[in-house]
Design a binder for this molecule. Structure first.
Ligand SMILES: Nc1ncnc2c1ncn2[C@@H]1O[C@H](COP(=O)(O)OP(=O)(O)O)[C@@H](O)[C@H]1O
Ligand SMILES: [Mg+2]
Length: 224
């Protein structure tokens, strides 16, 4: 059976593409069903700059609950992702900008759905809309915007403003909001994923956002 290929995409850097790609992969692999000895989840990075450096330098790939591959700009591996039948779910971490149109087009061709993370500042509005209108809609791919890095200590005003804006633009978004946890920032700097957090209430809450998100997006289990 063909894998489902989830493309994590935004024209804006720093909105959480890498964070969502690896943590969604982690919860899907570990919590929602995958044999750790034979991972059925793959994270494919097509962002040669940021992610490769980050992962290669900090992550012990053996300890991750999913497989990880860095894919070159000029290879056709990306176009072949939906033929990788050994996987059920493939999360594609897109580049931080749209500077790589060829590899991005291949990823769009292989994708079965698109996740567009955004943070809650007005600076993120235009690039989010442009990502959906220019890239996702022309291909008729199912997509959801995900509101990310909500800091509860700031209250609801930015969250509500962002939600209102999404409604006005008639953009589709998940009910699940991914909150800001310092733990996520620290973990990404260390190359860890949320299923590797130390036990405790905060870690459970932080991980839960990704679990909720994965379930809402329908990523649980085999071909749900
Ligand atoms: N929910 C979150 N809570 C805390 N920090 C986050 C969260 N999402 C992303 N970050 C941090 O924000 C920064 C940018 O995230 P990243 O995933 O690298 O974005 P992108 O891949 O879109 O450039 C990183 O330092 C990351 O750790
Ligand atoms: Mg990134």
């Amino acid at each position: 059976m063909s894998p489902r290929v989830h493309l994590i995409l935004s024209q804006k850097g720093g909105v959480g593409k890498t964070t969502l790609a690896v943590n969604l992969a982690a919860v899907v692999a570990q919590t929602l069903g995958s044999d750790p000895a034979e991972p059925t989840v793959l994270v494919a990075s097509i962002d040669p700059q940021a992610s490769a450096v980050w992962w290669a330098e900090r992550t012990n790939l053996d300890t991750l609950p999913f497989d990880f591959e860095q894919m070159d700009d000029d290879s056709d591996e990306v176009a072949k992702l939906n033929g990788r039948d050994e996987y059920e779910h493939i999360f594609v971490d897109a580049p931080g900008s749209l500077a790589r149109p060829t590899v991005l087009a291949r990823a769009m061709d292989a994708a079965t759905d698109v996740v567009v993370p955004m943070n809650l500042e007005p600076l993120a509005y235009a690039p989010t809309e442009k990502t959906v209108l220019d890239l996702v809609k022309p291909r008729n791919l199912p997509y959801r915007v995900v509101r990310n890095i909500w800091d509860r200590r700031d209250g609801r005003s930015e969250l509500d403003a962002t939600t209102k804006w999404l409604d006005e633009q008639q953009l589709l978004y998940t009910n699940t909001v991914v909150r800001r946890f310092k733990m996520h920032t620290t973990a990404s700097a260390e190359g860890r994923v949320c299923t590797q957090y130390p036990p405790g209430r905060t870690a459970a809450e932080a991980t839960n956002d990704f679990l909720h998100l994965a379930l809402e997006l329908g990523y649980g289990g085999r071909s749900s």
